[in-house]
Ligand binder design. Sequence first.
Ligand SMILES: [Zn+2]
Ligand SMILES: [Zn+2]
Length: 253
Amino acid sequence: MLVDYHVHGLGHQTRQHTLAELTPFVVQGLQQGLSEIGFAEHDAYIEDLDFSNFQHLQRQFPKIRIKIGLEVDFWPEQEKRYRQLREIYSWDYLIGSVHYLGDWGFDHPDYTERYREWDIDALYRTYYGVLTQMIQSQSFDLVGHLDLIKIFGYRPHSSGLKLAGPTLAAIREAGMTVEINTAGWYKPVEEVYPAPDLLEACFQMGIPITFSSDAHRSEDTGRDIIRARELAWKVGYRQVATYVQRKRIMQPL
Ligand SMILES: [Zn+2]
Ligand SMILES: [Zn+2]
């Protein structure tokens, strides 16, 4: 079953949350053969959401299931905010993502010079430390782009698998799902999130997966989900995690 659980209808506030803007995402999802499309806007734009659009879209497109998620930027010590976000709507799922280390938006192309200030192994340890805090906050269902810290191709000397080890253990412990996020193939690193060896470790540990394009434009909806599914199959996965009101439902891959 093909799903895309990480679509940004608003982009980076580049569009309005209207039926006219959201419809092309759903149309593209249908063309890509998706059974489910999950809108997961960045939580910073939550005020812009018009939830009535989702019911209209579902009525208009009965052949695809519309899911309503949210991608939350994790900063340590904001548990209260996460509790509030959870209660704003009956979300199908919440994605926990780390895009910032302190004030540094490390995945933004304008701030890459700051990589040079770091020992890269220490940087990976710091990133995975914050990601583990996100997981242990028990506030989210999906881990967004697990190894995002590799985005610009800065690689650690130590094994990436070893650096991520404690985080994977925390994911299993928390019962979360990892998204296979195909956007990585289109970033400077040119590698899916998570890397195939990390995905293999997830499988060995019994961590479920789902699929994401992280589309910020309608034409990228469902992009490479088939390729991601082939990778998951090769690794050994036979099921994909789907969500209804934060309840995980495993479906055949
Ligand atoms: Zn993200
Ligand atoms: Zn995203």
